[in-house]
Structures are given as C-alpha cells and as structure tokens.
Design a protein around this ligand. Sequence first.
Ligand code: F6R
Length: 633
Amino acid sequence: MSNTTRIQARSSHTMRLERLPVLIFDDPAQMARQVARKVANLIQDRAVTGRMAVLGLPTGSTPIGVYRELVRMHQEEGLDFSNVITFNLDEYYPMKPDALQSYHRFMEENLFKNVNISRKNIHIPRGDIAREEVDTHCDEYEWQIKKAGGIDLMLLGIGRSGHIGFNEPGSRRDDRTRMVVLDEVTRRDAAGDFFEEKNVPREAITMGVGSILECREIILMATGEHKGHIIRKAVEEEPNSSVTASFLQEHLHCAFYVDRASASELTREKTPWIVGDVSWNAEMARKAVVWLAKKIKKPILHLETADFHHHHMHDLVNAHGTADELTYKVFMELRDRIKYQPELPKKKSCICFSPHPDDDVISMGGMLGKLAQNKNDVAVAYMTNGSVAVFDMDVERHLRFLEMSARLHGGADGEARIKAFTRPIFDFITHKKPGQIDTAEIQQLKAYIRYTEAIAGIEVMGLHEKDARFLDMPFYKTGEVKKAPIGEDDVQIVLDLFNERKPDHIYVAGDLSDPHGTHRMCYTAIKRALEKYNQQEGVKKPLVWLYRGAWQEWEIEKADIFLPMSKADLSQKIDAIYKHESQKDRALFPGSDAREFWERARDRNVGLAREMDALGLPEFYAAEAYVTCHEMP
Ligand code: F6R
C-alpha cells in the first residue's frame, strides 16, 4: 500500500456515474487540513473587503480534525475569527446547553473557546426552550441566517441513515429549520455518547434540506468504512428522500470530501474497470477475478473467456494471455496465502496491540492461539482501559463481591473497613444522572473489571497473566466518549514497549471504522511510534500484521495471509470472547449490529471460510485474514 497521500478526483467515465464532485483522500488528516484551508481562505478573503464570513457548521466525529486545524491556524498563524458568523446545523431536544452531549458544549470545547469569535456571532438551535416556543425559535433561526446575508460555506457530515443535519429519511427537499424525530439508526449510533440508547433524546431541532441547499457552497465530509454504503447511495443514486444527502446533487457548488475507507463502495473504487481504463497490475487483476467469480457464483478455476467478455473485461484477459492463465495465476496467489500453523511465527517476540480489552480475542483470537502453541513470546498490549463501556451495575456486582470477601478475610471489622470504601460508591451510582461522568475512582474500578476479563480471555488462548500489558494510554482517559488527540506521551508509551520487547512481529487493528474512532487513534499512536523505532540504529523492523475488528473482515483479494481455523479453534476463540462478561448481552457500543461480539466474530470467520470455499479454495470450518507490511500505511 502506498504511504504517500493522494487526492483523487473523477475521470470522465466516473463523472457519468457520480452525480456530484467527489474528492477521495488517502489520509483523513490531509482532508481535514484542506477543508480548514478553504474555510480560512474564505475568512481572509472576506476580511480584505471588510465583510463577514458566514459559516454553517456540523458537530459529530467527522469535523473534529477540521476544528483542530482551524484552532491551530488561529494559535500559530494568527487566523482571525473576528469577522466570522456561524450557524450550527442542529441540537438535540430537549438538551441543556451545558450537558455533556449538547452541541453547544461540543462547539465550545472543540472550536469556539479556542478562537477569537465574537459570542454574538454564534448561532446554535436551542434545545432548552419550551415546546410551544420551538416553531417561533425555528422561524427566528431562519431569519437570522437571512439577516446575516445567507451562509457562504456549509460544512456537513453524513449519518449512516443518510441524514445531513438531522434531516432523517423522509425529509423533504424544501424543509426548513424545524423539530424532527430522530431515526432509530441515528439514536443507536449516538448511544455511546449517552452511555445507553434509552438516554438518547428522541427529537432534535435541525436546519432543513431547503435551508442547507440555499448555502452558497457546501462541503460534505465522510470518513470510515461504515459510511461506505451511504456515500455510494448519496453519490450514485438519483436524489430521493430516503437518503437526504442525495438532494445535495441539485446544488451547483457542492463537493464530497471523503477518505478512501468511506469511498470504498463507490463504483470507481469497488469495480474501477466498469468506469474507466485501469492498469491491470496483480492486485487489480485479483480484485477483478474475485469479483467476477462472486458475481456469477463460479469457482475461480471455472471462469471462462466468455465470462470475462460478458463483463467487458477483454483487456484483463488480453493482458494475461488467456483466461486460464489469468485464473490459474490468481488462484495460486490466493492459495499460497493460506498459512497453516507450521508456517506461522515460532519462538519469536510478538506484540498484539488491542485497542480495547477484547479486540485481541474478537479479531485475532485464532492467531493468538496459534502464536501460543508455537511457543512465541507474546505480549498482548491493551492500549485503552475500556472503562467507558462498563455498566454501573457491573461495578456494583464487583463491590458486593469485595464486601463479601472482606467478611471472609477480616470478619466484621474487615467488612466495615471495606464498606467505608464501597458504600460512597454505591451512593454515587444511585444518584448518578444519565450521562454524568464517573468519579476517577469508579473509572478505575471499571478499568479493573475489564483487565480481569482480558486476562481470563488470553488464558483461554493459552497465554498467561504476565503476558497482558495494560498501557492505559492517556488520550482515552477523559472519562467521556470524546477522546483527547494522540499526544507525545501516548506515542512514547508504545515506543517504550517496542524498545523493551524488540518485537519480530506486531499485530495491529487495521479497521478504521469503530464508531468512536478509538481504533483509528490507537493505529496512529502505533504508526508514529513504529516510525521512530524503525529509525533507531541497529533495529530490525518488525513485520506488521493488520487485523480487522468486529465490524468487518479484509476483502479476500486484499488479504496477504489466511489463517485456517478448525471447529475447535473457533470454539476456543468464542470461549475467550465470553470471558469479556461486561461486554456481553448488551454491550454499550454495539453500533448498528444487534449481534453480540462473539456472534459477529463467528459469522465473520465462518463467512470468510465459506467465501474461500465458493472460490474453489480449500474448504475450512472458519478463517481469519491479515494484511502484512513493514511500514504502516
Ligand atoms: C451533527 C450533524 C449530523 C452529523 C452526522 C455524522 O451536527 O449534523 O448530520 O454530521 O450524524 O456524524 P459523525 O461525524 O459523528 O459520524
């Protein structure tokens, strides 16, 4: 994979399919910088002529990088916000402005308090007004936008329901600012921020699609594979009210800025040969052959010349001589990627990085088992403590255990001593308001619950307590779902581990779509530490194995290694996942998927084996897939 940043615009063929301009970025950070630069240019252009710059702003995880960059430009380059007026898209209803999940608070923390914008120029719909005042408030909001001369540049995110602002499926093209009922998908996606779905408000106030389309210029941003399907619909399907972002196609100055992950379902990315000439290198040929075999449901070695011709792939066959030569080559390449236990690392130093204390067994449980059997020296490095995802009732259960054990150990005295510690905690939990941050003590107890589960999990895989390393990285410890950026202290912790263990192999979560971006941040910390480590003299670069998490598996054509798993291997892995009891039955962050983590892992691993079987490769009970590299992309 290329390590350089590429921005890719559309070819003329693509333009026929993509109904508005889409810029694809390899690096989401570069995308954020480019959007921030556009905002800064607008502000500065307006300042030259003594005019105000009017911005429309979203909240959510997507624009955070842009806000960070704008703050940096203000602090380091003196970008002046005194001529800026802002209108935010939306706010939950009901919602107090200082509540943890309020968009007022989000904007304050992520942008406004860090730049010199005048308070009177900030507009955000209010979630704390009486219901009977909402209509007037919405009319007033629209009027304020008109009074400011309309919005010059609107930044948007996109929800998995296809919403822009909170214009959920069914919204109309000419809707204005109003109260709306939130879609189920949106409420589920917000569950993490509210610590439980039942706490997520059912309503919100949002600018309408009509209000958005009146902005002079619009940029919609998206990152992560989980946005892939909706981006394709918004870009390639006719405008329709079930994907409100598709209405943006009607705007003359609207562009989508997306990272490669969220572009992955666009035709030009998924099946580029359909929209234009491609260079048929080995990777592209593999992708095309696997796609064709799946599409017409034939094993690779059954594909014939006519199959390729019927799908306009003459040039692919020509480039390889005959269809038989091509299919044989692809088949052998895939077959050679299957690695049985004797071909896996033996007696080596390995570090398995697990963003949360359970990703290790969920995503690479099969590999952990084989690494242990091959007598490798394995350290499982849990990067965050996962405390945010533990329910209060689990803390209470553990405290009761503590009280009972104290009775056993120290009699009535022991019990009294421990109760002096536990009872105030019970008290806090009883009076805790929805969404309130836990005390540092409770956060730590929640971390311990996850640590004990993690140890039990790796023991099932044949590893030991001493093999678990809890890095407890600082960026995660905000007590909230919102995380701090990766800092030098985070990178140093990983670098120290590299220097201590001098690993031959490292295993890293390469899935960049977990709902709150923690995996992406852990990845960044490892990447930065690895770059530093590899530059040190006399260091042997470790081989990096990228695994994917609970949300998806590597595509067959992309995987470098397939690890076959027997039925027994899979049940051992599932047993290990069961040990993460606090995440079972109703995990806090299940995303949109109602299945438990062990079910997702099972379906993914069995599903991959079935896919391989259908392609005519050896038939396994289950399999895991990995991508390997020396430099992290
Ligand atoms: C928030 C908003 C929403 C978000 C969308 C994506 O103000 O208007 O439309 O942009 O839900 O959210 P993230 O970026 O968190 O995936």
